[in-house]
Design a protein around this ligand. Structure first.
Ligand code: KG4
Ligand code: ZN
Length: 378
């Protein structure tokens, strides 16, 4: 007689259910672990409305920048009220475009980063309000990003191999600072400008020389045809281990030079003035950056901010770094000036340590580097 096979149908069904559940968990896990971490970020601190999507912290999927430069150019500088209004008009289309260009839906986003300071208060408020509304509507976590930290992090997008520690020289239209970046979330401010920022000095000198706004790139180009040793303009606070900057004396010296020549009816070689002024700025920036790197015993220097696009600065810093056996990094030009990809990169590293903001996040025009005010509603 053939053996009787007893089939325990109850247990078979149970086993099948358990296996199905385990497969579902495994599939979900595989899907999640293969999904990139997507950060959507917004930047509206000054006169660029920008939105970007980046994957896994360092891969740019989109970086849409709507520049208001042509609007402000006729006023010779940024008009804050106009900047805020233009951000309001541009911000939603720019976010839409960033998502479309990255080929992702809002629901795919892991976290939303936004610049909340420093910058123009009305301009910052537009980005902060939109990011908070998006976060509230979707339950996607919100991350408040310091604009200056964003400028530094632009380097991680251009240089996948770059890691802290390093010395960062942040030179923008509003800031000139030396920052010891000890880790992705640890910064020490060594010194900053007492008066004008480097970019501001470029813009003011360009204005008196009747060059368009923003003047930095025009001075850069004009200086290439001039003699940097033609006029001995002052180098302020040049003492050893002094990491503060001052550019207002230099600005006055250039203005005096131009006015005196005009009073005497002498013709001025504008290319020589541009080259000599630029050399004075570059000398101070380069010597302080190298001294700071030596003091903190770091072998990497990172340039950041709009003035990082300056060709004379990059050349001189590269020469001196090579002599001192220090590696130099700077972002590609489009990532030097204001953009949301750098904000997304900074937001990613905050996401990794769970540094989120709540809906009290406010615009802080004078936010200091390394300060965490993301829960501050005042
Ligand atoms: O970082 P950024 O876009 O805005 C701020 O956060 O301030 O920097 C803008 C500044 C402007 O002052 C502009 O004149 C300057 O960067 N800039 C340059 C160059 N390109 C932009 N300055 C000197 N040389 C350049 N090639
Ligand atoms: Zn900036």
């Amino acid at each position: 007689m053939a053996d009787r096979v007893i089939v325990d149908t109850y247990n078979m069904v149970q086993l099948e259910n358990t296996l199905q559940k385990e497969y579902a968990i495994l599939e979900d896990y595989e899907e999640k672990s293969s999904k990139p971490c997507l950060i959507l970020a917004l930047e509206t601190s000054c006169d660029e409305t920008s939105a970007s999507v980046i994957a896994d912290g360092r891969i740019i999927l989109s970086n849409v920048i709507s520049s208001q430069v042509p609007v402000h150019q006729k006023f010779g500088g940024v008009v804050p009220e106009i900047a805020s209004r233009k951000h309001i008009e541009n911000v939603i289309p720019v976010v839409d475009q960033a998502l479309r260009a990255a080929n992702v839906a809002l629901s795919d986003i892991t976290a939303i980063g936004v610049t909340y300071g420093p910058g123009l208060v009305g301009a910052l408020l537009v980005g902060v309000s939109v990011a908070k509304a998006l976060s509230f509507a979707t339950d996607i976590p919100l991350i408040g990003v310091n604009h200056l930290e964003g400028h530094i992090f632009a380097n991680f997008l251009s240089h996948p191999e770059l890691e802290p520690p390093f010395m960062a020289l942040v030179v923008s239209g509003g800031h000139t600072s030396l920052v010891h970046v000890k880790g992705y979330n640890e910064f020490e401010l060594l010194g900053q400008t007492r008066d004008d920022a480097a970019g501001e000095a470029f813009d003011k000198i360009a204005r008196v020389m009747k060059l368009p706004y923003p003047g930095g790139p025009y001075i850069d180009r004009l200086a290439a045809t001039g003699n940097p040793e033609a006029i001995a303009f002052p180098r302020a606070l040049a003492g050893r281990d002094n990491f503060e900057f001052s550019f207002s004396g230099l600005k006055s010296a250039v203005l005096n030079y131009l006015n005196s020549a005009a009073q005497r009816g002498e013709e001025v070689n504008h290319a020589d003035v541009a080259a000599s002024f630029q050399a004075a700025v570059v000398d101070v920036l380069v010597s302080k950056a190298l001294q700071a790197a030596h003091k903190c015993r770091v072998k990497q220097i990172v340039l950041a901010g709009g003035v990082a696009a300056n060709s004379a600065l990059k050349i001189k810093l590269a020469e001196q770094c090579q002599e001192a056996n220090i590696s130099l990094y700077y972002p590609e030009i489009i990532l030097c000036t204001d953009n949301a990809a750098m904000i997304a990169c900074r937001a990613y590293y905050q996401h990794l340590i769970g540094k989120y903001a709540d809906l009290n996040l406010n615009a802080l025009p004078s936010l200091k580097l390394g300060m965490d005010n993301t829960n501050c509603s005042s």
